[in-house]
Write a protein that binds this ligand. Structure first.
Ligand code: PXL
Length: 282
């Protein structure tokens, strides 16, 4: 090889289709920071903008991105990095975060069906902190009907696991049963998160892919959920898969990454702390 041919290999590429959370703790910002931290070239296609309202108990103000603009972003990304693009690394791994409306779900469903993706990681954001359960029932139902069947990996939190499995989850055994049910209805590898919601000193998540069952456990870091933990976990899984890890390896690495990020969390004027993706290197 001559010196002019010397070049570093293209990094793995991952796309997140997600919403902006203005304070930078959750959503697309958390995804992009996680991708970067884990050595993956990250792309964001934005679905909505969430701005917490400090005058109203930090509840969510939600603005959807216009459907045509979502479709335009997906078109640009596919042309640049999709299977036909000639890109140095082909985009075959996507994470789905907050979609927020039935219309967006349909737009994204169409892109996923035509995108030739090998890995579709779904963080099934049914509600986010501050929203009332059932606030957006039609959106939840559309997500379950149209996106869940396309997912190859799904990362439900405690509430989402209860909603998807139809079970009450109080113990690790319950979480295992729920993970098996969610696998049965999606066909995807499942990482069901107990987090701080189950009693005890451990933050327990359950991995199940139809063959392997693994309980991932780390000592709890405090008892309060940290903003961006769910987004960062799913993004770290996505980064791992983009780099060629198996689903189980990606889940283990993601759990460790998020634990370090929670240990090094960031405080602010908001009534919640935010995960620091740089925590693993701190
Ligand atoms: O944590 C879930 C989540 C995902 N995406 C966006 C959010 C939130 C929660 O606040 O705002 C855009």
């Amino acid at each position: 090889m001559t010196s002019t041919e010397l070049h570093s290999e293209s990094p793995a590429i991952a796309l997140t289709i997600a919403g902006s959370e203005a304070t930078g703790g959750a959503g697309a910002q958390a995804d992009l920071k996680t991708f970067q931290e884990l050595g993956v070239f990250g792309i964001v296609n934005l679905t909505c903008i969430v701005s917490f309202d400090p005058k109203d108990n930090w509840n969510h103000r939600f603005v959807p991105v216009d459907q045509q603009v979502i479709a335009d972003q997906l078109e640009a990304t596919t042309a640049a990095y999709g299977p036909e693009s000639g890109a140095g690394s082909v985009l075959d791994t996507v994470k789905i975060g907050m979609l927020g409306s039935p219309a967006t779900i349909s737009t994204v469903e169409t892109a996923l069906q035509g995108g030739g993706f090998r890995n579709i990681v779904l963080d099934p954001v049914l509600i986010c902190k501050g929203q009332e359960p059932g606030h957006a029932l039609d959106t939840d139902q559309a997500l379950k009907a149209q996106i869940l069947p396309l997912a190859t990996f799904v990362t439900p939190n405690h509430f989402e696991s209860e909603s998807l499995s139809g079970m009450t989850i109080s113990t690790v055994d319950d979480l295992v049963e729920a993970a098996k049910k969610i696998h049965a209805l999606s066909g995807a590898a499942v990482l069901a998160k107990g987090g701080v919601r189950l009693a005890g000193d451990a933050a327990v998540d359950v991995f199940y892919d139809g063959e392997t069952l693994e309980i991932l456990s780390e000592p709890k870091v405090g008892d309060v959920a940290v903003s961006g933990a769910g987004c960062s976990l799913a993004a770290a899984v996505t980064a791992g898969l983009a780099k060629g890890a198996t689903p189980l390896e990606a889940a283990r690495t993601a759990k460790a990454f998020v634990t370090r990020g929670i240990e090094n969390r960031v405080t602010s004027g908001a009534p919640f702390t935010a995960l620091w993706q740089g925590g693993a290197g701190a």
